[in-house]
Ligand binder design. Structure first.
Ligand code: FPP
Length: 246
């Protein structure tokens, strides 16, 4: 799967950009191991890539970008690693919020951040609050996010509204279900990128990804460059999306 990343931004048809890109940022641990470094330094390098790729997407005119930063399953990792990831969130907000805000980026969170430690929760909420009226790219950070948890939450909320008489069972359709997800009001991801050689969805946007195109690569997330993004988009633009039709 090691691809030749020969495509550049010039090869992209700006009229046919994916509206929503999702990225499963994988391979930080293996990258660190390869360099003989502790895992948290892989995540730190991964955060640098977040900054670069957010910028590249914004410059390109991508409207929605979703980054899988911490899954509901990631709590099973050693506590030092969880703490390091939480700390990186704080560093990210403190270092990058001003520039993201100047670039009109709107930050949103997918996931249940009430379970986060106090400081990262407050910093993330601050980032969401400060950028809430921005009109440029929406940057979704999937944080304590799990697709099954999201669907479970949606089912419970829908049933509550049925019980209250706010909605009728016959009104439940795919669109209504979408409106009970964290991504309410946003288009489904057109393109999902997963580096690091793993070929799975790992509980990421499982309802929304029904017709997403996938781009996999062996590159580890800390080695991911804007050129990988451009290659993924060029590849996406060659696909024939039929959405079940002919
Ligand atoms: C998966 O790699 C990556 C994560 C669980 C964390 C991703 C987080 C960041 C890139 C940094 C913080 C993000 C933001 C938005 C500030 P892995 O550790 O599972 O890699 P491995 O499979 O090689 O062990």
């Amino acid at each position: 799967m090691t691809e030749n990343i020969s495509k550049t931004i010039k090869d992209i048809d700006k009229e046919r950009l994916p509206v929503h890109i999702g990225i499963i940022m994988d391979g930080n641990g293996r990258w660190a191991k390869k360099q003989g470094l502790p895992r948290h330094l892989g995540h730190q390098e991964g955060m640098r890539k977040v900054v670069q790729i957010v910028e590249a997407c914004n410059e390109l005119g991508i409207k929605n970008l979703t980054l899988y930063a911490f899954s509901t399953e990631n709590w099973k990792r050693p506590s030092v690693e969880v703490e390091a990831l939480m700390n990186l969130l704080v560093v990210f907000v403190r270092k990058e919020l001003r520039r993201l805000n100047e670039n009109n980026v709107k930050i949103m969170i997918l996931g249940d951040i009430s379970k986060l430690p106090d400081l990262p929760m407050r910093e993330v909420e601050r980032a969401v609050g400060i950028t809430s009226s921005n009109t440029g790219m929406t940057l979704n950070i999937a944080l304590n996010y799990g697709g099954r948890q999201e669907v479970t939450m949606a089912i419970k909320d829908i049933l509550r509204d049925v019980n209250k008489g706010n909605i009728n069972i016959d009104e439940i359709d795919e669109k209504l279900i979408s409106d009970y997800l964290y991504t309410k009001g946003q288009p489904d991801p057109d393109l999902i990128i997963r580096p690091s050689g793993e070929l799975r969805l790992s509980n990421f946007l499982i309802y929304q990804a029904a017709y997403s195109e996938f781009w996999f690569s062996d590159v580890l997330w800390p080695d991911f460059k804007a050129d990988h993004l451009y290659n993924a988009i060029v590849e996406y633009q060659k696909r024939n999306r039929r959405f079940g039709g002919v």
